[in-house]
Design a binder for this molecule. Sequence first.
Ligand SMILES: [Zn+2]
Length: 230
Amino acid sequence: MEFTWNGKTYEYTIIRKRIKNIILHVKSDGTVYVSAPPRAPEEIIRHFIEENAAKLAAQAEQAKQRQAQAPDYTDGSEIPHLGEKIRLHYAAKPCQTVLENGILTVFARDAQEAQIAYRRWLIDTCVALYRQINREVYTAYTDAGYKVPLARIEIKELKSRWGSCTAKTGRISMNFRLMQYPLGCIYAVFYHEYAHFMEQNHSRHFYDVLYSVCPDYDRWDAELNHKGKE
Ligand SMILES: [Zn+2]
């Protein structure tokens, strides 16, 4: 099945499920899936698709673009890292994965091995970095006179959020994918989540708190969200 938008054709697949409403979903490779109740007529589904064509087409294009930019982990390929591009270099002899002058040296013979070494390195780097930023942001809040706990950080690979805060348990979840973005963006998410220790909702008070410790919050937030959340 297909629909067109702006002169372009998009395919979609219908999956029948025991659900009540029609649900549209664009996968990370840009394909469109429609979950529909067992007896929903195709006419109704088609109509529903057409009503949402603009949104679906935009999401599909975004997903395809993201996939085209995804690194392939070959020797010499580029990987986005903290808002910059780093270049992958395969070492001939076994060695530690190390980043120096924008070059990430990994011991690998093919893209699969390189990707594994890279992921391992990135997780370690992420844990160390988030831990350090967590301390800094905590200190900034307490220095400003706010009563906040030193958060326990959980690193997750989230699809739709950059972070979240569970004030009751003093826990903050941080998106692993932030490692692609500039440091300022990562700090901004930490500042945002810490502000939730003071105020749960995105109220005026919430932003008063946030801006008082992170005056350039809007700039980093715009940079992060301009590039598109999933
Ligand atoms: Zn929030």
